[in-house]
Design a protein around this ligand. Structure first.
Ligand code: NIG
Ligand code: FE
Length: 387
């Protein structure tokens, strides 16, 4: 059954003439959209809308593609609110805090983990996210990584094996890299689409990261990376060398890193909630865009470095602190977020794409940054159905 969505003040489609600099054309005004069998069947001016089986009037509000959050760590138990509070009082963020969450996650039952992920996914949906990537990484044993991925897979196709998050206390780095590239990988690959590694001082060095990502590839997983989050380092160069679709964080970049990303066509996924929650400097999105690097934004929702599930919050930070226009920031959490997951069926509202969209309680997407902290997402539609 087809539905005509009418009275759309502004419809963000991302159709046609992508200007390459993510400047955000086209956006239709006084528009309509037809959805049929879960897909977008037509978009255009309201005056030219075709007939459909039913009609739904959005009352002069804006319609945007559902957000694609390409980076999250939702499978965990417990929280680290005290660690956050200490940071706000001046303590630095350190990767070692991950082990606190590993202990809590191992102690949780599958049912508890599933209920918690479900709670967070619903929290994300209420804020406009219709696709989320979810990583393991708080298990660090074969059993706990595999069950984390099995839980994640109940909520998304975009599951990522992050056994290489940190080295657990019980192993040497050499032993653990052998496990992550051996028996753990074999089991994890049954439940994951992607493999990730935290390449940073205190986690895995660049040679270990290369070994882990190549092993993942050999088992049919596609690599992605956490790199250059806490300081300058060789991680981003490795991402470019391996031709990764995306490399995430990119907080500290040299000019050579920016050039390498551009030349490799690797998307830089920036996670500004992390800089908010760790008091580090924000990454320079403007510099990347000016250099011709595609920029995605994602939440990185996790209990340590950034416990926000809110993409609108990330948009507001990117616009206020990182030199993005509101339109560039919206593209970065929709079409470019989808591209970072090698998806072109979501993150846009063009004919044939999935009818995943949000109706804003506002006449324009500009309000997402203009009205920070205000819950503007008033309706969520997934596969052509309002949820
Ligand atoms: O993306 N950087 C590594 N992993 C997470 C943080 C994990 C944690 O602190 O629990 C991140 O920031
Ligand atoms: Fe992360």
């Amino acid at each position: 059954m087809s539905t005509l969505i009418t009275n759309i003040a502004e419809l963000v489609t991302w159709t046609d003439d992508d200007q390459g600099d993510q400047s955000g054309q086209p956006i239709l005004e006084a528009a309509a959209m037809v959805v049929d069998r879960g897909r977008v069947a037509w978009v255009g001016p309201a005056t030219e809308a075709p007939a459909a089986d039913t009609a739904y009037d959005v009352g002069g509000r804006a319609v945007i593609p559902g957000f694609v959050d390409s980076h999250s760590h939702l499978v965990f138990a417990g929280d680290r609110a005290e660690e956050f509070t200490a940071r706000m009082a001046g303590e630095p963020y350190a990767a070692g805090g991950i082990r606190t969450t590993v202990r809590a996650t191992r102690a949780a039952t599958d049912e508890q983990l599933t209920a918690h992920v479900g709670h967070l996914v619903r929290e994300m949906q209420r804020q406009g996210t219709t696709t989320v990537e979810i990583k393991s990484g708080y298990g660090l044993t074969t059993l706990d990584e595999v069950r984390s991925l099995a839980v994640a897979r109940q909520f998304t196709e975009e599951t990522t094996f992050l056994g290489a998050h940190v080295v657990p206390e019980s192993s040497t780095p050499e032993e653990y890299v052998d496990l992550v590239t051996g028996p753990m990988l074999v089991r994890a690959a049954e439940h994951a689409r992607w493999i990730d590694v935290f390449c940073e001082t205190g986690a895995f060095d660049v040679d270990q990261a290369r070994t882990i990502l190549n092993a993942g590839r050999a088992h049919g997983l596609e690599p992605r990376m956490h790199a250059n989050q806490l300081g300058h380092g060789p991680g981003v160069q490795l991402a470019a060398e391996l031709g990764l679709v995306a490399v995430d964080h990119c907080t500290y970049l040299s000019d050579a890193d920016v050039d390498a990303l551009r030349d490799a066509g690797t998307i830089a996924t920036l996670l500004p909630g992390v800089e908010f929650s760790t008091k580090q400097p924000y990454p320079d999105a403007r510099r990347l865009l000016d250099a011709g690097v595609r920029v995605a934004l994602a939440s990185d929702c996790n209990p340590g470095s950034c416990f926000t599930s809110s993409i609108p919050f990330c948009i507001a930070l990117a616009v206020r602190e990182m030199g993005m226009t509101p339109t560039q920031a919206l593209r970065a959490v929709t079409e470019t977020g989808a591209a970072a997951l090698r998806r072109d069926d979501i993150g846009r509202l063009t004919v044939g794409s999935r009818a995943d969209f949000a109706v804003l309680d506002a006449p324009s997407h500009l309000h997402l940054a203009y009205r920070p902290g205000v819950p503007l997402v008033s309706e969520i539609w997934v596969g052509g159905r309002r949820i």
